[in-house]
Design a protein around this ligand. Structure first.
Ligand code: I24
Ligand code: DGL
Length: 267
């Protein structure tokens, strides 16, 4: 048993989609979340910047005494997971391997699409993870740089959003895939529009929820799950941006009242 928190990190607020899964699948666990909202988005930044910023968040969480780190951001996972895993003594997981395993689990044709930011798609980490488990799979990547701004504009249910999603994914519909990995924290919010654009025959995979399932298994493997939820557990959210904006988004998204949010400076 280990009641220390699990650390989640993300480029901003998108990783709250992963935290929501954690609150559901791991209700005994305390969440410490750091979101680099001031420097968000990471998706189109140079690899060197993504590395540096991600390391700053990792070091912050390690100092807070977390027992495990979940890199909730696909872009940060793509660029840094391997070196962070090698360097830290605590377990570190990213969203790409669990998302890839889930894609192979659900596909029947081994024709898999992956959508994400430019950083994630250009890294080639999703095809690498999928092909390392099944070399005859066909993996089709597509960067969708318009999707994050669409969600962050708050208009992710609008007619305009539907048009942007449909137009962007047109190319993906030509590959005859049966499975599509939503390889970005924000895309689960666009799920209904993505499903409509791809058609009912395509199964959508949310790497965030798969990652929390993997975290759950790892907690058991290392014998470090928290004991049955005591009322003193206190989730903490740290943002490099404005606390009030973070509060609006997190309180409308997460089933928590009285969210503890602090501003921090990194770098
Ligand atoms: N959703 C996201 N980011 C935003 C937003 C949003 N504004 C409205 N909605 N803003 O990401 C990001 C830029 N901010 C961040 C805070 O500091 C200042 C800059 C997706 C969030 C996924 C949990 C729409 C919205 C919302 C609540 C929940 C979900 C959602 F307001 F999409
Ligand atoms: N969190 C990022 C991801 O999952 C999306 C937002 C960004 O570009 O920073 O790739």
């Amino acid at each position: 048993m280990n009641n220390q928190p699990i650390g989640f990190l993300d480029s901003g607020v998108g990783g709250l989609t992963v935290v929501k899964e954690s609150l559901k699948q791991l209700p005994n666990e305390t969440v410490y979340y750091v979101g680099d909202t001031k420097r968000c988005p990471y998706g189109s930044r140079p690899v060197e910047e993504i590395r540096e910023f991600t390391w700053e968040m990792v070091e912050f969480l390690v100092k807070k005494g977390v027992k495990m780190i979940v890199i909730a951001c696909n872009t940060a996972t793509a660029v840094t997971l391997e070196e962070i895993k090698k360097t830290l003594k605590i377990p570190v997981i990213g969203v790409i391997i669990p998302g890839s395993i889930a894609a192979l689990r659900v596909t029947q044709t081994q024709r898999i699409g992956v959508i994400g930011t430019e950083g994630t798609i250009h890294s080639g980490q999703y095809p690498k993870a999928i092909l390392s488990k099944y070399k005859n799979a066909n993996v089709f990547g597509l960067a969708c740089p318009k999707f994050v701004p669409l969600v962050e504009s708050g208009e992710y249910r609008s007619e305009k959003a539907r048009e942007v999603v449909e137009e962007t994914l047109k190319e993906m519909t030509e590959h005859n895939i049966d499975t599509l990995v939503m390889g970005c924290t924000h895309y689960p919010l666009l799920k209904p529009l993505i499903q409509d654009a791809m058609g009912e025959s395509v199964t959508l995979v949310n790497p965030g929820s798969e990652t929390v399932s993997e975290a759950s298994m790892l907690l058991d493997y290392y014998e470090i799950p928290a004991e049955q939820n005591t009322d003193q557990m206190q989730h903490r959210f740290y943002t490099t941006g404005e606390v009030e904006t973070f509060r609006e988004i997190s309180s409308s998204w997460l089933p928590l009242d009285d969210i503890h949010i602090e501003h921090i400076d990194l770098g």
